[in-house]
Design a protein around this ligand. Structure first.
Ligand SMILES: Cc1cc2nc3c(=O)[nH]c(=O)nc-3n(C[C@H](O)[C@H](O)[C@H](O)COP(=O)(O)OP(=O)(O)OC[C@H]3O[C@@H](n4cnc5c(N)ncnc54)[C@H](O)[C@@H]3O)c2cc1C
Ligand code: FES
Length: 278
């Protein structure tokens, strides 16, 4: 952060814009000031507050991996005022960035384990940071499965990652869509039943999942059927945030602050807080 004021954002320059789907874009960005870049570190799973002058701030994870620091990436689904303004950004434009905030995926829990990643839609954004991190430290983990799903082929994000993971031998990649189209020759089916069909063993395995609440709800049930305990399941929570640093009380669920205690939790940590939706 510049000076002592944690609310002052870094100035970042957009280097590349990728249209992922009709309403999701990924932005490659970099520090305008090289000396700030040299000092910056983050961990997979952390988020930041991104600001557009005159529009406001919004919360997004850093979707690139800390093992690849040439540039940073974030991916944005259009939801309202700030995300619509971010979708207007072009290469060369500047944005504000403060962070990284929050906790991160527990690499100490994951080391030496088999990993099962289950992502839906834009939920692959935080997972891909960890997946690339795992690939770049491949010897530290057992078998790695990635299951990613979206509503239709046109809704699949990060197709370049899916292709790279499918081609490589570091992970077993499964992609599914709820509904195919004329050109789609891949798997069709909702994520939870496809996960049960793949049937990963829960022995020495941790599942990491992120996606829309309805997907998480049924994925948790499928993981339980496969023998995963709540301690073996890691997920991320989203609550509307303001300060991002545990000061404003905007993001609490019960007595946990999602911005400070999360956004990454084991299911064991949060199962008692979650609403019936889960
Ligand atoms: C830790 C964290 C990480 C996130 N990472 C990403 C990411 O990588 N990519 C991404 O696209 N989005 C991410 N989000 C969600 C993102 O912050 C919101 O979509 C964004 O703030 C909406 O801003 P807006 O001004 O465009 O929408 P607004 O105009 O503020 O709101 C539009 C609609 O979305 C609802 N809404 C806004 N924020 C949230 C929220 N956090 N949860 C549920 N409903 C919300 C509002 O109630 C309203 O109905 C993340 C959220 C959190 C808390
Ligand atoms: S966003 Fe302010 S306390 Fe969490």
């Amino acid at each position: 952060m510049e000076g002592d004021n944690v609310y002052i954002p870094h100035v970042m320059k957009i280097e590349k814009v990728i249209q992922e789907t009709g309403n999701i874009k990924t932005f490659h960005f970099n520090f305008k000031d090289q000396s700030q870049k040299d000092k910056f570190t983050f961990k997979s799973g952390q988020f930041a507050e991104y600001s557009i002058f005159g529009e406001g701030e919004a919360t997004f994870c850093v979707s690139s991996s800390p093992t690849r620091m040439d540039h940073l990436e974030f991916s944005v689904m259009k939801a309202g005022k700030v995300t619509a303004a971010i979708h207007e950004l072009q290469e060369g434009d500047e944005i504000g960035f403060r962070g990284p905030y929050g906790n991160w995926f527990p690499l100490d829990l994951l080391q030496g384990k088999n990993l099962v990643f289950v992502g839906g839609g834009i939920g692959l954004a935080p997972l891909r940071s960890l997946i690339w991190n795992v690939i770049d430290n491949r010897d530290s983990y057992g078998d790695v499965i990635v299951l990613y799903g979206a509503r239709s082929p046109a809704d699949l994000s990060f197709k370049y990652d899916l292709e790279a993971w499918d081609k490589g031998d570091a992970i077993d990649m499964y992609t599914t869509v709820d509904r195919g189209d004329d050109a789609w020759t891949g798997r069709v089916g909702l994520i939870p039943p496809v996960l049960e069909e793949i049937g990963p063993s829960a022995q020495d395995t941790v599942a990491i999942t992120c996606g829309p609440p309805i997907m998480i709800k049924f994925t948790l049930q499928s993981l339980a059927k496969l023998g995963f305990t709540p301690e073996q399941i890691v997920t991320t929570l989203e609550m509307k945030m303001k300060c991002g640093i545990g000061k404003c009380g905007r993001c609490n669920i019960g007595n946990i602050y999602v911005c400070k205690d999360g956004p990454v939790f084991t299911y064991a940590q949060i199962q008692n807080f979650l609403s019936d939706e889960f």
